[in-house]
Design a protein around this ligand. Structure first.
Ligand SMILES: [Mn+2]
Length: 294
């Protein structure tokens, strides 16, 4: 059994921070397409690797008023997965909260969208195994209630998975607005895997790496640095093991360069020779910080 855990696609993100810069048209097109490109690569991998299902854990869209472009694109990609009979489970998050009727979305039949109440859907895999997936969609921008309490205990399915867009939170922190939970509450459910969304930095919350944020699929500014993509989660005996796969076409990162008494005129050479030595293999947006050791 293997599946894709992705979250925070933020399709059609406007990259507002770059809007006031003079950027050549073809480069700007690459930037504006990057959230789409990353997701298309995820779907390519799902098909090539013949995964059992795909989980999309919230913030598929950057804004609640989904652009026509983003909505059309999502349907196209869901249709590609539908053509290969790969189920897709979607729970909307705080950026794309949804309180309408899920059957009005017009998604293909492989796609299951969680409503605003916690529910469990059971997938029957080709090898006969049953996978119970529990989740919910945000119905408004903020959810202060600890909705984790509504998740059921693990069932007798072969695998139990939770999808949850939200954050670890202490009471009264700003993050308490996003379906707050604590680690114990997740662990007490007895699930084999928690697919989390909302936090854009990829991370595991437990040493077994079965409670994970996949991070977003394309960084949108310098504070969302490094490789971005999805987690390929695979069954190894009776444990689920995640492996990160990079799909973002653009990487943001901060580079520190030391300078040692060069004149201003010599600095460009110091900077460019350092950057050349890094052998970039994809498009990088860099913040260069000069560190003085004088
Ligand atoms: Mn997000």
């Amino acid at each position: 059994m293997k599946f894709i855990h992705a979250a925070d696609l933020h399709l059609d993100s406007p990259f507002l921070g770059l809007q006031n810069h003079t950027i050549p048209r073809d480069l700007w097109d690459k930037i504006r397409n990057s959230t789409f490109t990353s997701f298309e690569r995820i779907v390519n991998d799902a098909i090539e690797q013949n995964v059992d299902f795909v989980l999309l854990v919230g913030d598929l869209f950057d804004r609640n008023d989904h652009s026509v472009h983003a909505e059309t694109f999502l349907v196209q990609q869901l249709n590609r997965l539908n053509d290969h009979q790969i189920p897709v489970l979607i729970s909307f998050g705080n950026h794309d909260y949804f309180s309408g009727r899920v059957n009005q979305l017009g998604y293909p039949e492989n796609t299951y969208v969680f409503s605003n109440k916690v529910a469990t859907t059971t997938l029957l895999l080709k090898d006969g195994q049953r996978v119970a997936v529990s989740g919910f969609s945000f119905g408004s921008q903020w959810i202060k209630d600890p909705i984790i309490q509504d998740y059921p205990q693990a069932s007798d399915a072969d695998w139990n998975i939770g999808m949850l867009h939200g954050s670890l939170a202490t009471v009264n922190s700003p993050e308490a607005n996003y379906a707050p939970f604590n680690l114990n509450q997740l662990q007490e459910k007895g699930y084999d895997y928690w697919a989390l969304g909302h936090i854009h930095k990829r991370q595991s919350l437990n040493p077994q790496k079965t409670i994970n944020y996949s991070g977003n699929t394309q960084g949108r500014h310098i504070n969302e640095s490094g490789e971005k993509g999805y987690l390929m989660v695979e069954a190894v005996q009776h444990a689920l093991k995640p492996k990160f796969v990079a799909t973002a076409p653009i990487i943001w990162q901060t580079i520190h360069i030391e300078f040692n008494g060069e004149s201003v005129g010599e600095l460009p050479e110091t900077i460019f020779s350092h950057l050349a030595s890094l052998n970039f293999y994809k498009l990088n947006f860099l913040r260069v910080v000069l560190d003085s050791h004088i």
